[in-house]
Design a protein around this ligand. Structure first.
Ligand SMILES: Nc1ncnc2c1ncn2[C@@H]1O[C@H](COP(=O)(O)OP(=O)(O)OP(=O)(O)O)[C@@H](O)[C@H]1O
Ligand SMILES: [Mg+2]
Length: 257
């Protein structure tokens, strides 16, 4: 199963990505979680302590690796470099292992933006392509709303793009935008999770914006999830069975296809 998760800032992408990755481990799957959001916070949602998180060097900042694989220096323009760097070993060598999940943090391309034809961007694109197309483990990719890292050649390897929304016009507009962008690059299956639901009216609002078959589930706004972030715990820590079941149901639907 290869999942990509997108949506507006702060809607709960990393919360959902971490919950699904951890639940897949509980179901006995080998799981690779990829943090493809330049504003990376999947490590925290997985419950990796702050002191440990500081030691994780994102791939975009692995200067020696970038130079070794592309033949050019990160952050410099106007150089010749390999457009198809060898990346097959990177996921295994650079993933951080925690609670059964292998976590790969891509990091931000700081100069020229994510679209630039610079060595670090070429390496990240090749790496995303490799984990989506050529590896067998379950993949959960936490993305920004821009879905920058996915390219045309890669999208057929993604089973589902999950778009997280909260009950409000803005995140629903972002969801529509993500769908349009995704369809343009060939993504086929979109699903929506409504998060931070506080009332039946909230739920009705999200339901009205999407087709029934597009909706994977609704996650209530809970103090438990807020607290997990505040206290640096994994999203599944001390999760009430009722809430856990909501995430299990989402995963069941995804596994059924
Ligand atoms: N259902 C929920 N109930 C309460 N708080 C929630 C819920 N879902 C997420 N949160 C909280 O909302 C904040 C944003 O969640 P999260 O980091 O998962 O979102 P994100 O979309 O990954 O954000 P970003 O765009 O910054 O990466 C966090 O503090 C998280 O704990
Ligand atoms: Mg996030």
């Amino acid at each position: 199963m290869k999942l990509a998760i997108s949506g507006k800032g702060g809607v709960g992408k990393s919360t959902l990505a971490a919950a699904l990755a951890l639940l897949l481990v509980r179901r006995g799957r080998t799981v690779l979680a990829v943090d493809a959001d330049p504003d990376a916070n999947l490590a925290a949602s997985l419950g990796i302590p702050a002191a440990v998180r500081e030691r994780i060097v994102p791939i975009a900042r692995q200067i020696a690796l970038i130079e070794e694989r592309t033949g050019a220096q990160a952050g410099k323009f106007g150089q010749m470099f390999k457009m198809n760097p060898d990346v097959a070993d990177i996921a295994d060598a650079y993933a951080w292992r925690h609670a059964g999940v292998a976590l790969l943090v891509l990091g931000a391309v700081t100069r020229g933006g994510g679209g630039c034809a610079c060595p670090e961007n070429v390496l990240l694109k090749a790496l995303v392509s490799n984990v989506v197309l050529h590896r067998n483990e379950a993949l959960v990719m936490d993305m920004e709303a821009g879905i920058e890292h996915l390219g045309r050649g890669t999208t057929h390897g993604v089973d589902t793009l999950i778009i997280v929304v909260e009950p409000g016009q803005r995140s629903i507009e972002t969801a529509r935008h993500v769908k349009t962008l995704g369809a343009e690059i060939g993504l086929r299956r979109f699903r929506v999770v409504g998060n931070k639901i506080t009332s039946p009216a909230d739920e009705a609002f999200v339901r009205a914006a999407f087709r029934d078959e597009e909706l994977l589930g609704m996650i209530p706004y809970t103090e438990q999830l807020r607290g997990a972030d505040r206290e640096g715990r994994s999203v599944l820590d001390d999760m009430q069975p009722e809430l856990l079941q909501k995430f299990e149901d989402i995963l069941d639907k995804l596994e059924k296809g």
